[in-house]
Design a protein around this ligand. Structure first.
Ligand SMILES: [Zn+2]
Ligand SMILES: [Zn+2]
Length: 266
């Protein structure tokens, strides 16, 4: 079985990820336009009919911008919790009731040949979740908006073979940047976003031989650079004496353009 992942867009201007086998796939978040999603899938030779659903992490616009059209035009079912649904379904957003699939937290459901489980994370939306998507003996964990890594989230993150985790801001750039004080505090808080040092330290503490692919995601436009993310991770790993084995790869996900397809199983 083939298992491919790619990021169509990652960051505060839009988040959308694809995970698929040779026959089926799912999207995680739809924070870019439905047209961009369709065009990208076409370019990658992935027929829209093979997409079995969209998993939504929370109701912030950078995660749901393309959702309405995606459901109306392509009838895609959307999987998220009842509480997140309540906050997505505002009067001006015309999402067909047929698209709505409510999922419970921490309970497996089956979609597109995958076993999927949603887990809670701490973030400043009414509710935010991460996803663990499993197939055969591989686990993919996606946690892109979280202010700190609580015990529950840590369990799912530590079990991943492919991990998509936020590395939102460089601590120094945020502190010395132009954001107003309240916004800086919000971002740094336990319900905001993960900074480069936070993510790097967690990875250094918890990295296992089974973690093959690390994707650092949701980079801030104003308070981070891909170079800072990589530098912080490499420095943290080298201070702790962590050397990656030949199978382990690190990717920094682009803010506004798709990555190449990343294969977990070729
Ligand atoms: Zn976000
Ligand atoms: Zn958010």
């Amino acid at each position: 079985m083939k298992l491919d992942f790619c990021s169509l867009s990652s960051g505060s201007s839009g988040n959308c990820y694809y995970l698929g086998s040779e026959s089926h796939g799912v999207l995680i978040d739809a924070g870019i336009s439905a047209t961009s999603i369709r065009k990208f899938l076409m370019k990658m030779d992935i027929p829209m009919q093979t997409i079995m659903g969209v998993l939504i992490t929370h109701n912030h616009i950078d995660h749901i911008k393309g959702l309405e059209l995606l459901t109306r035009k392509y009838n895609l079912p959307v999987f998220t919790t009842q509480r997140i649904w309540k906050n997505i379904l505002t009067p001006h957003r015309k999402i067909s009731p047929d698209s709505i699939r409510e999922i419970p937290l921490k309970q497996r459901f089956h979609l597109a040949g995958f076993d999927i489980e949603a887990f809670p994370v701490c973030h400043d939306a009414p509710e935010t979740i991460g996803f663990q998507i499993s197939t055969q003996d591989k686990k993919i964990t996606i946690a892109t908006d979280l202010g700190h890594i609580c015990q529950t989230a840590a369990l799912y993150i530590k079990a991943a073979n492919l991990l998509v985790i936020e590395s939102n801001y460089d601590e120094q750039m945020l502190v010395s940047g132009r954001y107003p004080h309240f916004l800086k505090s919000r971002i740094k808080s336990d319900h905001g976003h993960l900074g480069n040092h936070q993510t790097s330290a967690f990875l250094a503490d918890n990295i296992s031989e089974d973690l093959n692919i690390i994707c650092l995601a949701h980079l801030s436009k104003n308070n981070n650079t891909p170079e800072k993310v990589l530098q912080t991770l490499q420095q943290t790993f080298s201070e702790r004496g962590i050397i990656l084995n030949g199978q382990q790869r690190i990717f920094i996900l682009n803010r506004d353009k798709p990555t190449n397809m990343i294969s977990l199983i070729e």
